[in-house]
Design a protein around this ligand. Structure first.
Ligand SMILES: [Mn+2]
Length: 290
């Protein structure tokens, strides 16, 4: 059994709608498992959020301030030989959690379960929402301004895999991914070949000549009819059976998984706690089996 630190990353600074910052506490307040070492909370306060459409770097300073704190929390968990599960929060937080993990382990691959690519740069972003950039930052494709708190390696694009994508900005974000050389498995690939098959393939790519894998699971991967409580829903997603197969495959690979994010649950958009129940099930499965 792993000794797990739960790290609540209470942020929605990376997205134009509020609510994801309330997600972590909602999911973890009554959590009690024998293998939880500690529950830590990182939050921001006194911020006037930036919403203007012409601003392509919304809340940049605040995102960095938040991520620097989060990076230090995740790194200190890893340095105490614990296994961090970072609960979001919008996906910009993964800049901190993923970079902290590769700081500790030097050479990791990453699997990004997401309906979006999260591979924009400040030049290609349409919205200016920083949760559309994190994977590009983590692979050092977007080199400016969002990773200044990190001195260490970045993830190599050849060990970087997106699983479940169906809403990647055409054409610029697609070109970014192609130019970088990131592997993308679409929602259609998952539906046609099977969630377990695709997840296994993703692990082969991410673990090839690396010391392990960071897993970042964005709940908006799941069809919003099933899991509506997310900030930026993308229609026609995977079903629950497919999501469960992914989680089961992640559990089978637990010896090479070094850290996990579970992100983008937004209670403000949830209906009858549907998404909360799904996120809790995922979290409990990880806690029971890791
Ligand atoms: Mn995402």
């Amino acid at each position: 059994m792993k000794h797990i630190d739960i790290i609540n990353a209470c942020t929605d600074l990376g997205v134009h709608v509020n609510g994801a910052a309330e997600g972590p506490i909602n999911l973890t307040k009554n959590l009690s498992h024998s293998n939880i070492n500690n529950i830590v909370t990182v939050k921001y306060s006194n911020v006037v959020k930036e919403y203007q459409n012409d601003n392509k770097k919304k809340n940049l300073r605040e995102v960095n301030k938040f991520n620097k704190q989060l990076y230090n929390e995740v790194l200190s968990s890893l340095n105490n030989e614990k296994f961090p599960i970072t609960i979001g929060g919008d996906h910009s937080l993964a800049i901190a959690s993923a970079l902290a993990s590769i700081k500790k382990y030097s050479n990791l691959g990453i699997i990004w379960f997401d309906s979006h690519g999260d591979y924009n740069t400040f030049d290609t972003t349409i919205t200016g929402n920083i949760h559309g950039l994190p994977l590009a930052v983590i692979t050092n494709y977007e080199k400016r301004e969002l990773s200044e708190f990190h001195n260490g390696n970045f993830y190599k694009p050849q060990n970087t895999v997106i699983v479940g994508a169906r809403d990647i900005d055409d054409p610029l974000e697609i070109e970014n991914l192609r130019e970088a050389g990131v592997t993308v498995f679409s929602t259609k690939d998952v539906q046609e070949q099977g969630a377990d098959v695709i997840t296994k393939k993703a692990f082969e790519i991410a673990s090839n000549n690396t010391n392990g894998v960071h897993v970042s699971f964005d709940i908006d991967l799941i069809d919003p009819k099933i899991a509506p409580g997310v900030s930026v829903p993308a229609t026609s997603g995977i079903n629950l059976d497919e999501a469960n197969k992914m989680i089961e495959t992640i559990i089978k690979k637990k010896n090479i998984v070094k850290s996990v994010d579970l992100v983008e649950y937004n209670p403000s958009f949830d209906i009858d706690n549907k998404t909360k129940i799904i996120a809790m099930n995922i979290l409990n499965k990880l806690l029971n089996n890791f």
